[in-house]
Design a protein around this ligand. Structure first.
Ligand code: PNS
Length: 165
């Protein structure tokens, strides 16, 4: 029997968008196990805390039994190896993503040649979507409806309200 294939889908997910969910939904049909791994980056000040991001991700992927949510610190390849994952999964939206992703994939391969990076393309409708644009548009009063799950919209509303006081 073929060995089950596990993929790590890493990122900041601050917050998760429908583009991320589209990639997770596609990947779970290809890999036996998909681990969505939130980077704990102490140098960056995220809008949502690690716990908030984990809670949102758990909620929006609850219906998918082969998708797990986790956090990681340090080198991604070391984390992937600790999870016995064979694949690092990344979404590519447009040509502009390519250079950065290409560099990361080759550096990760140099560090751990046994771990393969696989790229997936989200649905066209999400090709311009990013967490930072979502935050900017929402903060300035624009609608992000249809671009993020409703739980994210609710969380953004609460978060902005608490920041504005
Ligand atoms: O949400 P992002 O910014 O697209 O995710 C970037 C991420 C988390 C995949 C990348 O920053 C990462 O892997 N960080 C962990 C540290 C690491 O392994 N750095 C070397 C990458 S070649």
């Amino acid at each position: 029997m073929a060995k089950p294939v596990s993929a790590i889908y890493p990122g900041s997910f601050d917050p998760v968008t429908n583009g991320h969910l589209d990639v997770i939904g596609r990947s779970r049909g290809i890999f036996d196990r998909v681990i969505v791994a939130v980077l704990v980056n102490l140098d960056k000040e995220p809008l949502f805390s690690t716990d908030e991001r984990l809670e949102i991700l758990s909620e929006v992927t609850r219906q998918w039994d082969n998708v797990e949510i986790d956090t990681f610190e340090g080198l991604l390849v070391n984390y992937a190896a600790s999870k016995k994952a064979q694949v690092i999964l990344r979404g590519i939206r447009a040509v502009t993503d390519f250079e950065y992703e290409f560099q990361m994939a080759l550096m990760n391969r140099r560090l751990r040649p046994d771990i393969e990076t696989v790229f997936m393309i989200p649905a066209e409708a999400y090709s311009y979507l990013s967490s930072s644009l979502v935050k900017e548009v929402f903060t300035l009063g624009g609608s992000v409806s249809g671009l993020v799950p409703s739980v994210v919209e609710d969380s953004l509303r609460k978060k902005i309200r608490s920041i504005k006081g």
